[in-house]
Design a protein around this ligand. Structure first.
Ligand code: PDD
Length: 301
């Protein structure tokens, strides 16, 4: 018996589509043995898959970083059959994709002849235009490795931090490495000080979120100054506003971070609110002077 929960209707594995109960992988898959694989999460919304190219480019980039020889065009080609089999064509849904190095006898070094394993699914998932949640986040030491730019399926550090947040009745954990806030357990984090948006630079200590990049682009369009620098734990209380970003989180106002309260009730900060509204508009057809495909510079992913 599988545990209850929100499983997807169908699962794509290496060219075949199965019911979720019947979807199987080998115990010798290196994703299972070593966490040797890359994943991606994107949303299909009313205008199609939101920033599909940015997500697929990042998947390709990450696979290249760990030398998994795989062309993401294969994933892209199979999205439509998966959505069709799942009854989710043109429906709001979350799309999860992962590519591992494949099946091989257990040895640490990369096997010479493994064929990458591909798994993906689509899950019905509705997102409001603006995330109404007022986030309460705890601070957790960032015990992860030094290649957080790689969207690896090994997420132990992230899930331990998120579990700590849940156990403390919080919504998210903000990670602290060497006295600076890096990112959330599954989100990027932004601060606002005197009208300037501040966020950790996209280096090896954070995942460069697609939503992060969209928000930085929106700041440029709205004339909001940006500083890409790390904020220290000591500076939290000097900041005026803070928010998390992520594919399912969108732009979420932080009401409380650690012991510091940014706002009570519904009083979301003005810059956060502006960005939330601008982000929400990206989904509506009226604003489609921009194309999702070209909005983000692939060089920055
Ligand atoms: N998480 N940082 C981390 C550690 C993440 O896991 C994520 C995404 C982000 C935000 O990236 P993006 O804006 O591209 O979603 C930042 C995904 C959604 C997840 O693990 O489910």
């Amino acid at each position: 018996m599988l545990p209850q929960g929100k499983f997807p209707p169908k699962v794509f594995i290496n060219g075949e589509i199965h019911s979720f109960e019947e979807a199987r992988i080998s115990v010798f898959d290196r994703g299972f043995l070593f966490g040797d694989g890359i994943y991606e999460v994107m949303m299909q919304l009313e205008n199609g898959i939101f920033y599909k190219k940015a997500h697929l480019d990042r998947l390709q980039n990450n696979l290249n970083k760990i030398h998994i020889a795989f062309n993401v065009k294969e994933v892209e080609r199979n999205l439509e059959p998966l959505l069709r089999a799942s009854g989710l064509v043109d429906k709001s849904c979350l799309i999860y994709m992962q590519v591992t190095r494949g099946i091989a006898a257990r040895k640490h070094a990369y096997p010479k002849e493994a064929t990458p394993s591909v798994m993906m699914y689509a899950l019905p998932y509705a997102l409001p235009k603006v995330n109404p949640n007022k986030m309460n986040a705890i601070l957790v030491p960032d015990v992860r490795w030094h290649r957080c730019d790689i969207k690896s399926v090994s997420l132990l550090g992230n899930i331990m931090a998120n579990e700590a947040a849940m156990n403390n009745g919080a919504d998210e954990a903000a990670l602290v490495r060497d006295g600076v806030i890096t990112e959330g357990s599954h989100t990027n984090i932004f601060f606002v000080k005197d009208g300037t948006v501040i966020t950790h630079p996209a280096n090896e200590h954070i995942l460069n979120g697609v939503t992060r990049m969209i928000v930085l682009q929106l700041c440029q369009e709205l004339g909001i100054p940006v500083l890409e620098r790390a904020v220290t734990e000591d500076e939290i209380e000097q900041m005026d506003e803070a928010f998390f970003t992520g594919t399912t989180t969108q732009v979420a106002a932080i009401a409380k971070l650690g012991n510091h309260v940014y706002f009570h009730g519904e009083q979301v900060g003005t810059v956060t609110l502006r960005l939330q509204q601008a982000f929400g508009k990206l989904r509506s057809k009226e604003t489609s002077g921009l194309t999702f495909e070209t909005y983000i510079n692939p060089q920055t992913i």
